[in-house]
Write a protein that binds this ligand. Structure first.
Ligand code: BJW
Ligand code: ZN
Length: 250
């Protein structure tokens, strides 16, 4: 089977509804480490020690130190052409929903507005007592570790989704809705191994959507894709978008 199927072309002016699912790969060229590829975080660190509620209960200092280090890395990163292309695409469709698994905040920085952050945001913090509203804190490095809630003094935690935790209900609902009603679903830079995010493109396919994958490596979704761009996102997405928009104008 060919790795790149360039043949699928739905005229852009016939498309009203687009959903996009992004993963760590879209931010790789901005300098944010991925999780599972070469140089990925899970090659050096164990998710069980750092990204589960049990790990945080056992050793909040260790988990906070790891997040403080990652926040420092991400603070130095800027959106790349793939983030900017998605922000531009938003204005071309009546219904456009960008669903990201990333916690780095780069989509919003690039100007995306109709955005669902499925796994939370590393710059938002919350109180472990759940009695106080979440707050934004962009301080790098953090003023104290482990950080405490400024209102009640309980332990604070990053407002991200760890393994074994439920995803935020409104984010999950919005992404199911978008996946079920889109005509085109674009999947960019995710290994598609983590549930329930990985099921969203399959939901879209079951409802008849065209699936486009942009990823230099094959994933479990590749066999369902109508079009595959085997390139890094920062080059592959702008080229794909320019090709699609120029077909629409002809
Ligand atoms: C490029 C590129 C370039 C490189 N351009 N591309 C069966 C059914 C349902 C659930 C489960 C199940 N079995 C197990 C579960 C539970 C679990 C799960 O899915 N585990 C699997 C690993 C097996 N899921 C959960 O626990 C979720 N909660 C949940 O399901 O609640 C209900 C429930 C609970 C308990 C049991 C059962 C149900 C929560 C998942 C939370 C994930 N959290 C993390 C950390 C977030 C916080 C943080 O960042 O600190 O989210 S883990 C990590 O993985 C992070 C990512 O968002 C997520 C996905 O990773 P992603 O984005 O795909 O990155 P990579 O690195 O994997 O892939 C990068 C890709 O980019 C690669 O393909 C490269 O080729 C590509 N790439 N350069 C384009 N330049
Ligand atoms: Zn509190």
């Amino acid at each position: 089977m060919p790795d790149t199927r360039e043949s699928v072309r739905i005229p852009m002016d016939q498309v009203r509804s687009v959903a996009v699912l992004t993963g760590a790969g879209i931010s790789a060229e901005s300098g944010v480490p991925t999780f599972r590829g070469p140089g990925g975080l899970w090659r050096t660190y164990r998710a069980e020690d750092l990204a589960t509620p049990d790990a945080f209960r056992r050793d909040p200092r260790l988990v906070w130190e790891w997040y403080d280090w990652r926040r420092g890395l991400i603070a130095a990163c800027r959106p790349n052409p793939a983030h900017h292309t998605l922000a531009e695409m938003e204005s071309h469709f009546a219904d456009f929903c960008l669903i990201t698994q990333n916690v780095d905040g780069l989509h919003r920085l690039a100007g995306s507005r109709n955005l669902v952050e499925l796994h939370g945001n590393i710059w938002r913090l919350r109180c472990t007592r759940n009695c106080c509203p979440p707050w934004e804190d962009r301080t790098v490095p953090l003023s104290e570790i482990p950080l405490r809630c400024p209102l009640c003094g309980a332990l604070a935690r990053p407002d991200v989704v760890w393994f074994g935790e439920s995803l935020p209900g409104p984010a999950l609902d919005a992404s199911f809705t978008a996946a079920q009603r889109c005509q085109v679903m674009l999947v960019i830079g995710t290994s598609a191994l983590v549930q329930p995010a990985a099921s969203l493109p399959l939901m879209a396919v079951q409802r008849g959507a065209t699936l486009v994958e942009i990823n230099p490596e094959p994933t479990p979704l590749s066999e369902y894709a109508d079009q595959i761009i085997r390139q890094p996102a920062a080059a592959g997405l702008p080229a794909w978008w320019n090709a699609w928009i120029s077909v629409g104008k002809r």
